[in-house]
Write a protein that binds this ligand. Sequence first.
Ligand SMILES: Cc1cc2nc3c(=O)[nH]c(=O)nc-3n(C[C@H](O)[C@H](O)[C@H](O)COP(=O)(O)O)c2cc1C
Length: 282
Amino acid sequence: MATVLGICCSRRQLGNCEVLLREALDAAGEGGAAVEFLRLPDLRFEPCRGCLACVYKGSCAIRNDDLGLLLEKILAADGLIVAAPTYLLSPAGIVKLVADRALNLTPHLEALAGRTRVAATINVAGNDKWNPLGVELLNLFALAFGYRVIDYLDAYAPGPGEVLLEPDNVVRARELGRRVARALAGQVEERPPEPRECPHCYSRAFRLLAGDRVVCVVCNTTGRLAAEGGVLRFRPDPPGPEGHFWTLPHRRHHLDEWVIPSRDRYLARRRVIKELLAKYRV
Ligand SMILES: Cc1cc2nc3c(=O)[nH]c(=O)nc-3n(C[C@H](O)[C@H](O)[C@H](O)COP(=O)(O)O)c2cc1C
């Protein structure tokens, strides 16, 4: 039986993220998946130390927190539904704290390659004008842990539970859960992206390049902006051989061609760097 892990990133009991996530998981369960609900703030996470032991030694140097437990659940789960509140224009800090540790997926990339792993995300903010990065950086969390994002919901309500005053939020949350369960039963059908969304990660955040060219800040898909029939559209370039940033082949390529060789490049220049650092030592 396919498994769906639900991760709630809010501390509020019966808050907006929790209720929408529970609806989504309930619908995924009705669709035939085994579901589990996890509250991320109940676990303890240290910030990444930047040592890259996960890449070079195959395991994290931090052993006294709950990343191992979370990773075990994430590696086992075919589906992920993650819900997070927006704090200060983007998902609550715990989302980034944990996503920073996603290089710990490195030893497992090949094992994940043959599996269908899909995610949907739920972002709740108070006000859409104050939420430019909520969906984008929450989708990044799912991508970083090796899932293909097939749907998202952004809902707006400040008070805990207030999201239920708009019945469509519950309808959409359940649709998300059903879509994930259907995909895991073999019918992968992603929500079609809007004209101004990146087709790979649904991001609406693009960096301007020269002329009409832009790049998606989440998955590095390049393309151009085109005004067609009064609608501004993102027209992506054809994907390269490894696809966008978060495909497993692209990650392997980035590790092999850049991250791993960066160690030898550093070691070759270590003496010079040590001399340059000398005046900062106290
Ligand atoms: C510290 C804090 C910062 C917030 N910052 C934003 C913000 O930048 N933009 C926004 O739209 N809402 C913001 N909100 C509102 C929350 O996103 C909103 O209350 C949401 O429903 C919380 O979800 P929850 O009930 O699942 O915790 C903030 C709330 C808190 C407590």
